[in-house]
Every structure is written in structure tokens, then in C-alpha cells.
Design a protein around this ligand. Sequence first.
Ligand code: MG
Length: 378
Amino acid sequence: MEKKKISILGSTGSIGTQALEVIEKLQDKFEIIALAGGNNIELLKQQALKFKPKYICIGKNTTERIEIDGITTLYGSEGLNEICSNKENDIILVAVSGKIGLKPTLKAIENKINIALANKETLVMAGDIVMAKAKEAGVKIIPVDSEHCAIHQCIKDINQVDKLIITASGGPFLHKTIEDMQKATVKEALAHPRWNMGRKITVDSATLMNKGLEIIEAHHLFNMPYEKIDVVVHPQSIVHSAIEYKDGSVIAQLGLPSMHIPIQYAISYPERFEGIKSKSFSFSEIARLDFEKPDFEKFPSVKLAYQAGKMGGSATVCLNAANEEAVFAFLNGDINLFDIYKITNKMMSQHKLIKNPSIDEIFEIDNEIRIKTREIIK
Ligand code: MG
């Protein structure tokens, strides 16, 4: 079998490094075309020496240079676009964080390259445009996010599905009070009980905004109305999500919590390899699984995300930008954890909705919201 040619945008991040661990196990299945690693030059260099891609891409603002024989170095967003225009690629794993993922994703779609998508912002900011263009081009957008990967694995025929059920671990504050959350330190918010992830997404998991963003992601990926997307808290993170068919049958995907598996599934799809196999699953060892309703008083971000999603258009751009700026301010020690919601909510209530924003408008709105949010925080 011919090797699948892959590029990784964000190879030095949490998803990127785990993707390379997967590929290391599946060297006879994958060939790496390009690795884009932002500003972590040292790690990118190690990765380049080990995996020998044809191209590497580093952040534009770095003064450091990497020179390795036989490898072409690209820079910044033009570099990402060049990678996504290279039709040698069978699939591109978009694992950069933030809005930087959107334009390369569109470029890959334009060039009819399938995408394994780990970047939430792409769909939260521009899901309508991205999914419409992908459909038109016949490009597959394969979710990497564990919940969406689970749903993707459960669905045989989307037309027979009546409901999506997204599980949430509940994060570190699941059984704490609102007062505890207000006093929470950055360290406490970053101590996620189940998943080891980047800082921004870990804070989003503590406020459950991550779940809110995932609802919006699911709406776009599976073309499902918001009324038919439910969230259930499941602290053990064994059931990664589920779907309900029209006849009431529920199909769930289970497994021990590990990001390697959804990454591997997404880049291997429609094949399934042993690769990094998770520890064998034992129902009797797990013994019990708990489920509860999310507490929207304590985690109002989930409601806010439903609201933004139902408004559509620029509302989710506003939600995402305001939340991200507030999370940065929290990580910086400027505001408390609960303020993230208050600030995002305030920005949402002031937002003037644009129904069908273009990509340029989306970036403009994103920028404006960020500036305003930073002003409010001051
Ligand atoms: Mg997730």
C-alpha cells in the first residue's frame, strides 16, 4: 500500500507532538510532506531531523533559522498557505491554535486536500463558509476533537440520526461552588482531572466554554440543529460522545481517555490501524460510569454558546474572540475565572450581528471584538 502523505500544521503543539508519536508507530503508513511549528524552533528542528519532511515552516517573527540539508524552510502564514497548496498531500492535520488555522484550511479545501481538523476556531468562526466550500470541493473534514471523533465513529448514515449527545468531563470545578471558582488560581484551573492539553483549552474546559465551542463545532460538522445537540457531564471521560437514532437507539463510542486514538483515527480514516493502541478496555475494571446534567448556573458559558450558535453569523466570532481574550487575561492574572464569562457575555450583549459575514469581515470582527474586550478588561 502506498504511504499516505501528510502535513502537520502545529507540529510542536499538544496535538502535533502526539500526532508525530502516532506516525512514528505507523511509519510504513505515512510520509510527512511538511511540518509547521510556529516559534518552538528547537523542537521543530528535532522533529525535522527525525521525520525528514520536505518542508518545514516557522513563525515569521522568529529570528532563529533552521538549515537542514534537503529540507526547504518556509515562513509564517504564507508558508502555511504554500503547504496547503501542495497537492502532494493526501491529508493535512490542522492543529495550530487560534484563528491562524482558518485561512490554511480554506486553502487546502481549494486544493481538494482532505483535512483532519483539530482547530476549533476554524468552524466556530467560519463554519458555514468552510463546510459549504468543503462540500462543493468534495473535501472531507475529519474531526480530531475526541467528542466529534466519537460521533464520527458512531454515525453510519447521518440522515437517520436524531440527536447528538456530547459528553463533558466537567473539568476541575465540577463539584466545587461558584465561590470556589471565583477564587480559583491559574494553577487550579489548569489542573484538569482527565486530559492533558494546551493552556487555553484547559481553561476553557474549566469554565465548560470548551463544551460550548464543541457544540458549535458539532453543529457545523454534522449539520445538526442546536436543538438536537445535548451535553451530558460524564466525569470518567470513558464515553467520548454518543448519537441517538430516530428509533431511539443510542450508539456511543467508549475508550480510555487518550488523544492519540482520535488523532490516529482522523489521519488514518477510513482505515483503522493498531498503531498506538490504547490499553485494552475492560468494562469490569471500569465498573461504573456516571452521568449528570450540566449545571448552567455554574457553567453559564455553555448556554452562551448555544445562544451564539443559534444567532449564527458573526455571533460565534464574537463569542470566540471575547472568550479567548478573557482567558488570556485570566492566565495573566488580571481577572478571575468567573469574569471570563461575565466579559464574554457583556461583549455578546453589545454585539451587532452580521448574518453572513465574508472571511475578511470575520477577521475584521474578530479584531474589533478583541480590541474592545481588552479595553473592558482594563
Ligand atoms: Mg474535546
